[in-house]
Design a protein around this ligand. Structure first.
Ligand code: UD1
Length: 381
């Protein structure tokens, strides 16, 4: 009799409708953030996770390699959107998502980060009354010239669950009048991926491949329109990189946008061997292997500011501001802007071993996906 009751309850539970969660990712940094979350959500039997690739990044070096290396499941849905102006890109992704959501009828959509795909998905969910969760909510550079800042503000405004990576992000949201009951401080999801893959990154092999010595080189990445779209700015940075390469070897994996600009502006002469080694965009595993063994990193990427802070590697950021201030207040990051005199001063400090060491921000511990999943279980089941 008792057995029968348990069986009946079990059957009832199985028959209960699964909760469909659409996870949206479209650009390189999205893949790194969605990977641990999909893994964790998939452990919950009643969650059905559907991965939607918006196609914002489509090259194998910008997309496929991340799926392979991070062992992310094949997207159930792929939208062909491709390149275009911001509005074109956002519009194409919105149209694609609307069609897919109409069929899928998700109970929740999850977006990560601040790219155009994030914004597109947020807009579509709000028009279709689909609850929205934003992972990496509340970051603000307070610079509306940055396309990502607009994406962040709008996405947060439309979200029902706002998962923040740092305490300052929560404060930003409260200042904007977002209901405190929607805000959850869960930590930095990028660090989940970093913690998991760091041991597997095989630094020795990567250093050998590029002919580099541990702590004997500088890693540079550059892709923000504000740094690469104008010849005068890019040339100024290029000259500083050439100076740096006089005392430390430089490795420079080049983003497609930057490669195009270097070619158009005829700036190739600044990035030549033996001082500078230019490569195609590299995958995640090689990137973290290089960051962790670099003497310093010079970048305009948001992700690298965080990864260097976690790894306690000096980072000089070629931007006037950052939406990730903890990396500069307690981490190893310095915002140098496009002031190359200051950049070179800081570079010398690092070479002389006089640069600060930095500390780890709270909840940058590899357990963010677990914390988010726990909250979503409580709210949705
Ligand atoms: C986007 C994000 C940025 C993020 C970056 C990481 C926005 C507004 N920007 O910038 O926040 O830091 O991704 O890389 O969403 N391209 C290719 N192959 C690709 C992808 C892009 O050749 O696989 C070319 C495009 O054709 C375009 C350029 O690169 O000319 C820029 O791509 P886009 O996705 O518009 O923005 P990103 O600069 O990559």
């Amino acid at each position: 009799m008792k057995d029968l009751t348990i069986k009946t309850i079990k059957k009832k539970n199985e028959n209960r409708k699964k909760i469909t969660i659409a996870c949206i990712a479209g650009a390189r940094p999205n893949f790194i953030k969605i990977a641990p979350l999909i893994k964790e959500l998939s452990k919950v039997k009643r969650f059905r996770t559907i991965l939607i690739h918006t196609g914002q990044h489509y090259d194998s070096a910008m997309s496929d390699i991340f799926f392979k290396e991070l062992n992310i499941k094949k997207p159930e849905i792929s939208i062909i959107s491709g390149p275009g102006s911001h509005s074109e890109q956002t519009g194409k992704i919105m149209t694609g998502l609307e069609k897919e959501f109409t069929e899928l009828k998700p109970d929740l959509a999850i977006v990560v980060g601040d790219v155009n795909s994030t914004l597109s998905a947020a807009l579509v969910t709000s028009k279709m009354n689909i609850p929205l969760a934003h992972v990496e909510a509340g970051l603000r550079s307070y610079d509306r010239n940055m396309p990502e800042e607009i994406n962040r503000i709008v996405t947060d405004r439309l979200s029902n669950y706002l998962f923040t990576p740092s305490r300052d992000a929560g404060r930003n949201l409260l200042k904007e009048g977002i209901d405190k009951n929607k805000i959850y401080f869960t930590g930095n999801i990028m660090i989940d991926t970093l913690v998991k893959f760091l041991k597997k990154s095989g630094t020795g092999t990567v250093l050998k491949k590029y002919g580099l010595k541990k702590k004997g080189f500088c890693l540079i990445t550059l892709h923000r329109p504000s740094n690469v779209d104008e010849k005068t700015v890019l040339e100024k940075i290029a000259k500083a990189i050439r100076k740096i390469s006089g005392s430390t070897k430089v490795i420079f994996p080049v983003h497609p946008r930057t490669a195009l600009k270097i070619k158009d502006f005829h700036l190739g002469q600044y990035f030549t061997p033996p001082g500078v080694l230019m490569t195609e965009p590299i995958g995640y595993i090689e990137t973290i292997a290089l960051i962790s063994t670099a003497k310093l990193v010079i970048t305009d990427s948001g992700g690298l500011q965080e990864e260097t802070t976690y790894l306690k590697v000096p980072c000089l950021t070629l931007r006037e501001n950052t939406e990730r201030p903890v990396t500069a207040t307690i981490g190893t990051n310095t915002i140098v802007g496009t002031n190359t005199v200051f950049l070179l001063k800081k570079f010398k400090e690092i070479l002389a071993g006089k640069y600060r060491k930095g500390k780890l921000p709270e909840y940058w511990d590899g357990k963010t996906a677990q914390r988010i999943t726990k909250i979503l279980k409580k709210k949705l089941l």
